[in-house]
Design a protein around this ligand. Structure first.
Ligand SMILES: [Cu+2]
Length: 231
């Protein structure tokens, strides 16, 4: 966040997403992103995932820019990553932990993805101009992968991943999805007070709290504080 950029996202570069389950995974979450030039500061908080197995997570762009619906699943009833692609497009950013790479080539870098049932992911990622613009425009869809429909406690089964046939389908099928949308649309000035008429936009109460905190501290001080705590 550059000094002078509003923490409220009035420059149009702050985005939020509410992640909801796919494949009856029981997973959910929220995502928040701030695009500043070629830097994307992103947080993804997830719950309800399979504990102890890596959860690939990405920003997908393309397709219709939306999350898939269950009826896009094939005959097996499981929506694979490929079957969801007409909705959310391809992997553009891999949301790995350090030191993982963040390009599409790291889409299955299982060593560097969060592996908990609940995860609080945060990273600042450098992207090219086109990608920064697409994300800032609200074209990105956050997808978190890895499901355990048979309740075995691990990724298994005979069905193969649509991304890599050395992996089980369960390892890469999407567990949760959320569309990154421009936060200023969700949080008009005074949105907290008038929430009764705009609750549909209040997708991420935490972002409202952050905005209030930024106002209390002053935008520049807040930005500096944020940067120091980046990992
Ligand atoms: Cu993905």
């Amino acid at each position: 966040m550059a000094a002078g950029a509003s923490a409220q996202g009035q420059d149009g570069h702050e985005l939020t997403a509410t992640l909801t389950q796919l494949n009856d995974s029981g997973a959910s979450g929220t995502a928040w992103a701030m695009v500043d030039g070629n830097q994307v500061h992103i947080k993804v908080d997830t719950q309800g995932l399979l504990e102890g197995s890596p959860h690939a997570q990405h920003i997908h762009i393309g397709g219709q820019g939306v999350c898939p619906t269950g009826d896009m699943a094939g005959e097996d009833g499981i929506l694979s990553t490929a079957e969801g692609a007409p909705a959310y497009g391809g992997v553009k950013v891999s949301l790995t932990e350090e030191p993982g790479k963040t390009d599409a080539g790291a889409a299955l870098d299982v060593e560097n993805f969060p592996a908990g049932a609940s995860n609080n992911y945060e990273r600042t990622i450098t992207v090219d101009d086109a990608l920064a613009q697409q994300i800032a425009n609200g074209d990105g869809v956050v997808v978190v992968h890895g499901i355990d429909p048979d309740g075995s406690g691990e990724y298994d089964g005979d069905a193969k991943s649509s991304l890599d046939d050395s992996l089980p389908l369960e390892a890469t099928a999407p567990a949760a999805c959320g569309e990154l949308e421009q936060a200023q649309m969700a949080m008009p000035e005074g949105g907290v007070e008038t929430g009764g008429t705009s609750t549909a936009g209040m997708e991420y109460p935490g972002a409202v709290a952050l905005g209030a905190l930024a106002l209390a501290l002053g935008g520049a001080g807040f930005a500096a504080n944020r940067l120091r705590t980046n990992r």
